[in-house]
Design a protein around this ligand. Structure first.
Ligand SMILES: C[S@@+](CC[C@H](N)C(=O)[O-])C[C@H]1O[C@@H](n2cnc3c(N)ncnc32)[C@H](O)[C@@H]1O
Length: 466
């Protein structure tokens, strides 16, 4: 059927071309908020249900044009392809740029935000080629557990190590086996109780001022509105009454993260708390309000968490997984493996020099649950910068980590390591760890933001024991 909506035309009587945000998201494998982002940024025009161009639409009444949407996607893909071709990398199949968002973030992969996570499809691609069902893959820098989750989908046993206790919690929560019904009951019960508590304590719907909570902290009182903080502390303090405690902590942490008093345009590195309505650069100069209650988001994330857990219970195959909290340079891996336990290879994306402070990115969770931080053991933290001594420490630490775990490798173990090694440190690191680089795959990395950054590539090193 011919498209009836032509951009610029005023009114279209019969408009089969129209889509709700949900339908538009389903059509191109994105989320409704991705579509609303495109609308906000004027990449797509707004229509009402009659196909009239509008500047605002009532809740649920906003429509976008199917043909405009498909045109936008096509031009975006063309742009990405040409930028990647400019990198002159032959193997475009490793870009995964046409994998829809819902696949990139399938089931438990989006249980909690995490800066520095890699694409599950990249992990899957290499696990399928270098590992078999029943073997064991090690990720000595497992972060939020992407390697382990993907291994489990393929019936491959996995071991992860991470120095950050909260990252370990996220990974363990993803990998635990659940009775989905029991999870659903608990998640909805504690969320309902929190909403009831909020309605009782704040009957006029306003956020009351609170005195300093004995369980609070300067950080929590600074970054959350008083009402949000009361709700968060209520939820947290009732977690011990349930069985799936860490799952509830991860749900609360995800909710709390998105309810911090931060500007929408400064979610990753907030500097000052926002306490009044503000003009938002991210939303085209719209006036945005700080979040004063967690209840609506808690409801949304509760449903989302239950759905993701259920999906993964059906996607996974029988496989063992183990997540160790420790420093990869010194952890005694043999103490955690069974006596015959061997590692058949590694798949990992380690930290890089001066890029991210991994504890700090989840500060709200450490404060909320009183989890011990071990920042000083992080390899290559951002706070140490990228100077000569930071680079030398990084290279020494990475070689030490690989040397430390290699004693548990089977003789033909493949060590696959993903890094954007712009400083050229890895040849020396592998050498120092007693390994030789067998092969390198160059992978174009797509710029997934609207900003015009230069495309870059990263390397997947394949190394073997000498
Ligand atoms: C790039 S991230 C890994 C992300 C992971 N591939 C994922 O998809 O979630 C690197 C991880 O290394 C961890 N790390 C840093 N220093 C470490 C150390 N000394 N021992 C173990 N893990 C460390 C950080 O906490 C971080 O989670």
């Amino acid at each position: 059927m011919a498209n009836r909506l032509i951009p610029g035309r005023k009114v279209v009587a019969d408009a089969p071309d129209l889509l709700t945000l949900q339908d538009a998201a389903a059509l191109i494998g994105k989320t409704p908020s991705n579509i609303s982002y495109l609308v906000q940024y004027k990449r797509l025009a707004r229509y009402n249900a009659r196909g009239e161009p509008v500047s605002r639409a009532p809740t649920g009444g906003l429509r976008v044009s199917r043909s405009e949407l498909l045109g936008y996607v096509e031009s975006w893909n063309r742009r990405v392809r040409s930028r990647m071709e400019a990198l002159q990398i032959g193997d475009m199949s490793l870009a995964f740029h046409e994998v829809p968002e819902r696949e990139r973030t399938k089931h438990v992969h989006r249980l909690h935000p995490y800066l520095g996570k890699f694409i599950p499809q990249l992990v899957g691609y290499f696990l399928t080629r270098y590992f078999e069902q029943g073997q064991t893959v090690l990720d000595p820098f497992c972060g939020s557990g992407t390697t382990l989750v993907e291994a489990s989908e393929r019936g491959i046993d996995s071991v992860g190590i991470d120095v950050s206790a909260f990252n370990v919690m996220i990974s363990r929560v993803k990998l635990a086996e659940y009775d989905s019904q029991a999870v659903e009951e608990e998640v909805f019960d504690i969320s309902r109780r929190t909403a009831e508590f909020s309605a009782r304590e704040f009957p006029d719907g306003k956020g009351a001022r609170i005195k300093r909570e004995p369980n609070g902290s300067d950080y929590l009182e600074t970054w959350f509105a008083p009402r949000s903080l009361r709700e968060i502390l209520f939820f947290r303090d009732h977690i011990p009454e349930y069985e799936h405690q860490d799952l509830l902590r991860v749900l609360l942490s995800r909710t709390a993260r998105s309810c911090r008093l931060v500007h929408h345009y400064d979610l990753a590195t907030p500097k000052v708390p926002v306490r009044a309505p503000y003009v938002c650069y991210k939303h085209m100069g719209k006036t945005c309000e700080p979040v004063t209650t967690i209840v609506p988001r808690l409801r949304f994330y509760s449903t989302d968490t239950v759905r993701r857990i259920k999906e993964f219970q059906t996607a996974r195959r029988p496989a063992r997984s183990l997540v160790i909290e420790g420093d990869s340079r010194t952890v005694k891996l043999e103490d955690h493996l069974s006596s015959s336990g061997r590692v058949d290879g590694v798949f990992t994306s380690p930290p890089y020099v001066g890029q991210i402070d991994y504890h700090e990115q989840h500060r709200y969770a450490y404060e909320l649950f009183g989890i011990e931080r071990k920042d000083a053991l992080e390899i290559g933290p951002k706070t140490r910068g990228k100077g000569e001594s930071a680079k030398a420490d990084y290279a020494r630490s990475m070689a030490q980590s690989l040397r430390n775990v290699r004693d548990q490798f089977s003789p033909r173990a493949a060590v696959l390591l993903v890094a954007n090694d712009r400083l050229g440190l890895y040849p020396g690191i592998f050498e120092e760890a007693g390994m030789r680089i067998e092969k390198k795959f160059e992978r174009p990395v797509e710029d997934r933001t609207e900003r015009d950054k230069r495309p870059y590539s990263e390397t997947v090193f394949v190394a073997r024991l000498r």
